[in-house]
Design a protein around this ligand. Structure first.
Ligand SMILES: [Zn+2]
Length: 442
């Protein structure tokens, strides 16, 4: 066998394998097929594998690719359509009517745009709740990214499906269709406890358990939601889900801004994961999640951007910055939630949330999902502490290379898997004639 074809060594100025180990100066990753074979010092690995292909990134900070644990990717098409509004008015007057006009083609175009943006900020995996996930899966496969896709479930028809039975049937087909594909996975996504009846929530929970899938739900996002659930059921949304039997290690609870102490205990005991989306919570005026308390309780907290309409970007590097700074300001304590902890949230905690055992770190046997941040930029020099640099200084546009499952999807700032320039010109033409006005509405 020809070793040269099979192994690649990616070398950089510094390598982060995970938050459990210190950075390696002049580090390198050996990649074989879709997986990491070995990590270590560049000179040693170059000697050990003399026939491997070598990819040198002299000013590169090599790190595990980021996991955006909550988004609604196609909402990039709604970026900036309506801002600075109360949540209810924003949703009912602008977002829902626009979403009702989305079709399969628009979803595909929007997913390409979201993937381009995520690739450019170091995201190798994203966890998505939206509509038309079949079309999204096709696009994600083409872009080379990794995704966990969930079709939104509601009491009422969604733009894609009439009811939960149709959604679960589609999910069953998709699982079968992608069973050999290591990059495309599916989740079960009841939208919220207040847009789904208890019957629907239980049905979704049972399906997720039977098929060993993550159960993804927005939970305790706003004070209104908690007040409403308390007045309808006499309990908090977390206790309500607990009594329906939905809390467990496969539960991925998005937001969790408004939690009582008992809610935190219930989530911790059940082994559920929480996804923190600080920028969306701030922009929609929902509040600030008690992140330090959740981490202290031992809850697995991942990080997500939420959709671009409430953020307004999918930049996980920026999201890490918010996640690290907010608890310090709120708790009047700059030692709360260190850069390494936030980096862990943005990588391996996201993997744990969806039950992925081989992503989120660069270690032998893990998937080769890798980002390279170009440190040769004014705002990234000098670099004394690579974790701090990633969390507090880096942002979208600093990522030069991205590899998913051992394949470069971006190399030297160029996306290799699709034509980004043609995509952007298509999006520009959509901008000139917004799709939600396509029936002559205004
Ligand atoms: Zn969301």
């Amino acid at each position: 066998m020809n070793d040269k074809k099979e192994k690649t060594i990616l070398t950089g100025e510094v390598l982060i394998t995970s938050c459990h180990h210190g950075p390696i100066e002049q580090g390198a990753v050996v990649i074989e097929g879709e997986r990491v074979l070995e990590c270590g010092k560049e000179d040693e690995l170059l000697r050990k594998y003399p026939d491997a292909l070598v990819e040198k990134r002299s000013g590169g900070l090599i790190a595990p690719g980021l996991v955006n644990c909550h988004t609604h990717a196609p909402m990039v098409l709604l970026r900036g359509m309506a801002d600075d509004l109360p949540l209810k008015e924003w949703l009912e007057k602008y977002i829902f009517p626009a979403e009702a006009k989305l079709d399969r083609e628009l979803i595909k175009t929007a997913t390409f745009l979201a993937c381009a943006e995520m690739i450019r900020c170091g995201i190798t995996t994203f966890v998505d709740m939206y509509f038309f996930e079949r079309q999204m899966a096709e696009v994600v496969d083409e872009t080379g990214m990794r995704a966990y896709l969930g079709e939104g479930i509601f009491d009422f028809p969604s733009p894609a499906f009439d009811n939960i039975d149709a959604v679960l049937e589609e999910t069953t087909h998709l699982i079968d269709l992608y069973k050999e594909n290591c990059r495309i996975h599916f989740t079960v996504d009841p939208h919220t406890p207040y847009t789904c009846s208890s019957n629907i929530l239980e049905k979704a929970g049972q399906f997720a358990k039977k098929h060993h899938l993550p159960l993804v739900i927005h939970l305790s996002e706003t004070k209104w939601e908690v007040d409403e659930t308390k007045s309808s059921y006499g309990k908090t949304p977390v206790r309500y889900l607990h009594e329906l039997g939905l809390l467990g290690p496969n539960l991925v609870a998005i937001h969790c801004v408004w939690l009582e102490d008992e809610d935190i205990e219930l989530l911790a005991k059940s082994g559920a994961s929480v996804v923190h989306c600080p920028e969306s919570n701030l922009k929609l005026g929902s509040g600030i999640s008690p992140l330090a308390k959740l981490l202290d309780a031992g809850i697995n907290v991942a990080l997500g951007t939420d959709g671009a309409a409430s953020n307004n970007n999918l930049d996980m590097l920026e999201e890490m910055d918010f996640a690290a700074k907010l608890p310090k300001g709120v708790g009047l304590d700059p030692s709360l939630v260190r850069a390494e902890e936030v980096f862990k949230m943005a990588t391996e905690n996201g993997a744990v949330a969806v039950g992925a055992k081989d992503i989120g770190r660069l270690e032998p046997g893990y998937q080769a999902d890798i980002m390279v941040v170009d440190l040769d930029r004014p705002h990234l020099r000098p670099c004394y502490h690579p974790f701090s640099q990633l969390v507090y200084s880096a942002s979208m546009g600093d990522v030069s290379d991205l590899m998913v499952a051992g394949r470069f999807v971006m190399k030297d700032y160029e996306i290799l898997t699709f034509d980004e320039r043609a995509l952007l010109s298509k999006i520009k033409s959509l901008q000139n004639r917004p799709f939600w006005l396509k029936d002559g509405d205004n």
